[in-house]
Design a binder for this molecule. Sequence first.
Ligand code: SAH
Ligand code: SF4
Length: 353
Amino acid sequence: MNDKPFIYDLEHSDMMSLLEELGEPAYRADQIWQGLYQQYWNTPDEFSNLPKTLREQLGQALQFEALKPIKYLDSSDGQTRKTLFQLHDKRLIEAVLMKYDPSTHKGQGRRTLCISSQAGCAMGCVFCATGQMGFMRHLTSGEIVAQVMYYARMLHTEDENVTNIVLMGMGEPFHNYDNVMAAIDRLNDSDGYNFGARRFTISTVGLASKIRQFADEKRQVNLAISLHAAEDEERDKIMPVNKRNNISKLLEACHYYVDQTSRRITFEWALISGVNDTEEVARKLASRLKGLMCHVNAIPLNPTTGYEGHATNRQSAAKFKATLEQAGIPCTIRMRRGIDIQAGCGQLAVSSF
Ligand code: SAH
Ligand code: SF4
């Protein structure tokens, strides 16, 4: 039963071929596409725009439930909702919705969805819960799309929409490059969900060759790079990927990206007490980033069981930001969201094993 194609894995052209095989006219593919991506239907029965026999045939030919929500958690302030999904092979992934209230946040009611690109991750960053669990497998494009459609459907019932999508859940998006891009393209389809490319952000550990490929494709999608250290010696220790993609190689690829796209890069920085939150590190970082159109997004480390590092404190974070800004590098300190529901990077899936 599990070898039936998952409906969200289909391109529009695949849907056309399927309907042709079923002896149906081509416009039925458009109707299904609209049902899926504009009405958010996710069971054959809901397709009220199709004849009953076709609905049954669809149910026989395709799988609709390859991504099963098995656990939900709402943060105590009701602003963060995390869902744990089980895949058809029992692997677990998660996605988190963060609501930003317009009265307390200049983001004017943003609804940011953080989705996963892999079950586990092969990159092994020592501070990361997903890295600590190792790599299980890549997600298919449909499994990525379905996380979005699940939340789109949920928000729709509350008369709301997803406004931003960030690939910052489990996994390294550039390690699963083709499926991630296929998912973005499908969600971007103007005849379907029509989610603007500029409202996506891909966060990568910094695979230089993929950053260059991404630059060449000149997509409008935002790019964030997880840097976390200003010197190779330190980055090697916390991010094993640095041995193959050292900071110079990474920053050369970043310059190439900015030259090709004229888009600003965001650098992510998890502030770890005494490790990368000092003024000295901030000064080194500023000197390395000088001349690059960028912005630093720093967030206090989320504690994980597999890493002994601690989060920075408020004063050190403020000093870090001030030092960067004095050197001309814009920096934002982000608050940690959803700590009480383990919404930090792979934590829910870890605690469910
Ligand atoms: N693999 C991608 C995207 C997923 S991780 C990447 O590494 O960029 C999303 C972000 O969370 C990354 O910036 C990552 O470095 C950060 N992160 C991982 N574990 C963290 C932790 N314990 N505390 C704070 N940030 C963390
Ligand atoms: Fe993978 Fe990103 Fe975690 Fe590193 S921080 S282990 S790349 S998910």
